[in-house]
Write a protein of this length. Sequence first.
Lengths: 305, 509
Amino acid sequence: MVAYTLKRVVVAFLILLVVSGLTFSLSHLSADPALTIAGEQASDEDIEAVRKLYGFDRPVIEQYVNWLSRALQGDFGKSYHYKAPVVDMISGRIGTTMTLGFLAIAFALVVSIPLGTLAAMRPNSLIDRFALLVAVFGQALPTFWFALMMIIVFGVWFRWLPISGNTSWAHFVMPTIALGYYATPALMRLTRAGMIEVLSSDYIRTAKAKGLLPISVLFKHALRNAIIPVVALAAVWFGFMLGGSIVIETIFNLKGIGWLSYDALLRSDLPVVQAIVLIFASFYVILTLLADLLNAYLDPRISVR
Amino acid sequence: MKFKLGISFVTAAGIALMSSVAQSAPDDNSLVIAWGSTGPIEHVDNYVNTNRTGIWFSRMVWDQLIYREPKTFEYKPLLAKSWKALSDTVWRFELRQGVKFHNGEAFDADDVVYTLNWISNPKNGVKVQRNVNWIKEARKVGPFTVDVEMKRPFPQAFEFLSGPITIYPNEYYSKVGPDGMHKAPVGTGPMKVVSIKTAEEYVFEKNKGYTWGSPKGEAQVDKMIVREIADVQTQIAELLAGGIDITADISADHVTQIGGVPGFTALQAGTMRTGYIGFDAAGRGNHEPVTKLKVRQAMAHAIDRKSLVKNLIRGDAGVIHTPCFPTQFGCDVSAAVKYEFDQVKAKKLLAEAGYPNGFDIDFYTFRPADWAESVMGDLAKVGIKAKLTKMPYFALRDKQRKEGTTPMFLMDWGSYSMNDMSAITSHFFKKGPDDFALDDDVAKWLEAGDTNSDASVRKANYAKAIKKITGQVYWLPMFNHVRNYGYRKELKFIPYQDEIPRFWQYGWK
């Protein structure tokens, strides 16, 4: 188990190293950062001065090693454009993204688990068909389109909800639904499938035969087991929502990490791009590592293989 | 990020709803503006910022020595009440008295001397050196008299003194520096900064002390909020829902749609941003056909610019024949060689050049693909097959400057809002990395035009350059761009050709 853990940790570290290297080199390949920083009206001398000031005239590998050694000490440098420390920029915006991510996954679970359970209780019934319809719509509707539809109805027509910004809880209602609905189909179908399997198992039949209340059978015995893979999937979706809320944050003008990464990419603000990619890559890698170790702990055959 | 699909729904929804919603001007005489097209201001200190968004900010908060009237481009007194040339390289400015900065500091010669000497010192790191590196020194002659010495005769000096060079309070700025100015900007301008949330919103209030007769005029509203909203669709939805009062980021299609919603106005105002098709005449990328004059002439005749302007650009846009905007100093329209739309002639020229069946060419742009596709359609009719590559602006500029492998490109230039052709033509034809003509004569004439203080000499040299650039079709000038605005009908709104919004002039009817 110790050897297995060490091996996984080394692999995780190598993955992060490759991700950081790729991000760094691709960012430098996409455009000359000196030109972007100097701006449209810059003369050749201005661009050259920026190149020297930021060290872009040095070999890329040297720039990468310098950046990596600082990053390992928690210093991601300063934004080329905002002149602010990248760590401060990210910590100032991560709250919005985390709030949106938590609310969205909570919304997805609140919708998908009851709906999936109801669908499993009455397979091929009207409620099951309705759940299928919800799933199909959720998978088929582009998130941005759904978001715009909500803006039209609740923002422009009825004026019930604010359209953009993040100054109150009401600003999060539409973004939460738009982002959360995207995760609902997968979670609901998994709940349904798990519940159908569990409900037909012997121990549920035994519980029913013992005369337990149907609600007790359903929630205390069936759902508790069926929901385990759903929770695992929800964790993955939560990670996806943190890293993948660029479109929603842009549409609703929520100035979180998604918006920050979009803005940084547009401006070739490399320190910000690199830090965000590395942080989210670390997030995924650590979650995957923990899952691997947990699986190995639960099933020792994995670590032996 | 564009979500074009959504907009027709948004505007359709707005049309359906707004027909029954009457709107009125706000009771607190406030104004909310959406901004997003040029992105957030990274640093509001005018000398650290390189983003165009910073231009409107600087005009609200600070003043220049000279005011350039935005419709006639005439120079008028602003912080300087008069001026005279002492020599080819020295100007004397008499300053206005009784002006105060937002923090109460009195304006005088010390502020001007301090600002000009601080910005012209390269050690202080002003980002756009071309704006300031022509200043040799500013000297205090009296409490309200200043001499400004230039390093060489610099005929464009007033464009800079009426544009990017704003005057700072010496006592405050020497204490707080650029970062302090970024956090709490202090100027003499018509609006005072109340708060700044970088990349989110800027809040201003009227400078009630701006009553000393500035030609910029007093602010028309008491409070103003400028919100950074990146997505155009969100801006439109906010406009229709009453969350903002004006947006300047919409497309030509949006203009038609918003203009049809009761309670709203939309218009397309012409700007001095000049669109052109550039050719790699110098052969930097080794594409042989475009190095031949007859091929470039054929392409100039093959493209129907009038139709493109009428159908796709619309508004106040018009076909341009000069490699500069006609209002700019030296931009002599009569010197330009003009090319009428004539595809028969184009085919004949192609045959004479040795390409009777046309050829293939890579075509680059960062602008909407439909503009380029219109050009490609015209070229296809004479046998030229253009393959379009659409790239982000800075990536394309980088490719052009470093590799030079762009045989044909649809680009444009805003001249930094300067009304002098040195800001466009000299940038592209003086053998720098953006030059695809590399013509010694043109570079020589432009240099003479850029550095001579005699206006007639400048004009004569610029005219020669225009004649050769258009005669050789180094560029095919296309059209001037339009800026599209959507706003509430009750708003008094004034657009300008130099693309600089003067937000303080907007008010309610």
